[in-house]
Design a protein around this ligand. Sequence first.
Ligand SMILES: NC(=O)c1ccc[n+]([C@@H]2O[C@H](COP(=O)([O-])OP(=O)(O)OC[C@H]3O[C@@H](n4cnc5c(N)ncnc54)[C@H](OP(=O)(O)O)[C@@H]3O)[C@@H](O)[C@H]2O)c1
Length: 191
Amino acid sequence: MSSKNAIDKANEKLLFEAENDKKLSYIENTKEVTIIAAASENNALGKDNRLIWHIPEDLKRFKRLTSGHAIIMGRKTFESLPKALPNRHNIVISRNKSYTAEGASVCHNLEEAMALAENDSQPFIIGGGQIYEQAMEIAHKIELTRVHKDYEADTFFPFIDLNKWSIVSEESIENSNGEPSRFSYLTYIKK
Ligand SMILES: NC(=O)c1ccc[n+]([C@@H]2O[C@H](COP(=O)([O-])OP(=O)(O)OC[C@H]3O[C@@H](n4cnc5c(N)ncnc54)[C@H](OP(=O)(O)O)[C@@H]3O)[C@@H](O)[C@H]2O)c1
């Protein structure tokens, strides 16, 4: 092999290793654990294991944002759904070691859930109240639909500390369905 070829080969090798390193750090640096929720002015999320409102636009947005990604949820939220959500890796957290959920992976804490979602650059935490509370520490982003009304509820979204979170986008929407009449899409990024 000529010395030029040897140098090219060595450069290629270095470049390939650098590319790999870049890819790895890219995955690490761009991992964006995202909480997605709809909460009222008084932070209501649900009652009797159901949502309190029906906002078709918000459900469409939820589908658009989460499709193709891992969705991590508590056992109660999974049981509030008719079935596992299609085109997403459904990951359900339960303390019950013998719990099984059709169409979903089951795990036993948030760390295990994150491990199951390790190949996803944007895993979504989709609720409910207990899991949101535990995920606030590890999340990088919150996609919050703020419903501009107070509701009676038994499950609530955790307090968002504005010393820790910044609002980076805000969009106010009129609800075509009528009730509630107004809501906003708020995106928060951890400082
Ligand atoms: N508005 C929204 O955006 C939204 C989104 C999602 C859900 N919701 C509403 O929220 C309500 C459900 O929320 P929720 O707070 O009652 O329940 P949840 O967070 O959905 O699920 C709670 C369950 O998760 C498991 N769990 C929680 N922490 C755990 C841990 N550290 N390790 C292992 N397992 C753990 C336990 O399951 P086991 O009991 O099996 O051990 C626990 O009972 C419903 O009303 C639903 O409609 C609203």
